[in-house]
Design a protein around this ligand. Sequence first.
Ligand SMILES: [Zn+2]
Ligand SMILES: [Zn+2]
Ligand SMILES: [Zn+2]
Length: 148
Amino acid sequence: MTKDFECMQESYAKEVLREKGLKSTTQRLAVVHILHMSEKLLSIGEIHGGVKDMLGNTGLATIYRTLEMFEDLGIVKRLHFPDGGHGYAFSQGEHVHHMVCVDCRGVFDFSECPAENFDYASVEKQGFRVKDHFIQLFGQCGKCVEAA
Ligand SMILES: [Zn+2]
Ligand SMILES: [Zn+2]
Ligand SMILES: [Zn+2]
């Protein structure tokens, strides 16, 4: 199948990989392509299926390792499905939070950070030092609200 995909998102991923001395293999770029082309949160099985459609047989373990690596590099965000389990969305490393539609699994982002005005002192009183946060909203997207 076709290997001639090269979008801005692949160029971005290539650059991040190159900076870390990692190879931009066709499989890795195919994962980027599938993720950024999708408007929905994708499961690992769906990503695997997409890579197989593009490149032929590819092991699930390879896809799993690629996604783990991409998560470390900030190329993907691992988000939650409404009914549990994880899905993946493309990321260019910016600080954004995500909203996932419980009906269509559409994934949207917003840049306003709800943790910015959080009262950190109140939890640090318990001796806890905050390092990071994870905030994701669940709801219905505009299209699904209209269709309801
Ligand atoms: Zn692409
Ligand atoms: Zn929706
Ligand atoms: Zn935030």
